[in-house]
Design a protein around this ligand. Sequence first.
Ligand SMILES: [Zn+2]
Length: 241
Amino acid sequence: MEAVIFSIATFFSTFLGGLLAIKFKDKLHAIMCFTAGVLVGVFSFDIMPEIIEQVKEHNFDPTGVMVAFVVGYMIFHVLEKSILIHHAHEEHYANHTHPQVGILSAIALAGHSFMDGVGIGLGFQVGKSVGILVAIAVISHDFTDGMNTVTLMLINKNTPRRAKWFLLLDSLTPILGAASTLLFKMPPYFLVLYLGFFGGFLMYIGASDILPQAHSKHSSLKMIGLTVIGLLFVFLVSRFV
Ligand SMILES: [Zn+2]
């Protein structure tokens, strides 16, 4: 049940991120830098230590976990870049727009957000502290999920009204994902595979998606400092929960 309560917070962070993206397009880099630190921190200070502990306790083969990590790392990358490849080719054609590219991207993001919710739910199946830290990671980066949903819709010439409907969808899917995990209980080996998979997913979003996006226009020491603060924040939280 805790998983569903935490996932409700993701609803607000996604929605807020989307609304702010409509209002202040150019001032969101700072939040993204901080979030990147949070994501890398949750993997390093919480998920990875938990994997090591579980592997030792149950004598699991660590290779399977690392394969799951790589799959988690690549899955969103492949999805995202294949949509972007389409974008790149768009420039070769005469002026025409494809609102459905925006819709397709927004649906891919909603699928990703569903997995965010599943992540929170399975985190709580591993244990309370993993659940809480995964929830922190998801809540903070869902803010950028909301921003991305709106941005992808608008740059592909969808109306703001339609963008808001997809934002609503993207805000609701984590709750559905978290609720779905109340229906089953994962055996320990699958939970550790999930930890690897979700760890790869967070590392990709943090290190290869949000961080480069945050620095795409303005890089400064302040921005780098915010990422370090995000890392320290998670380090401290992980010592106490
Ligand atoms: Zn997400």
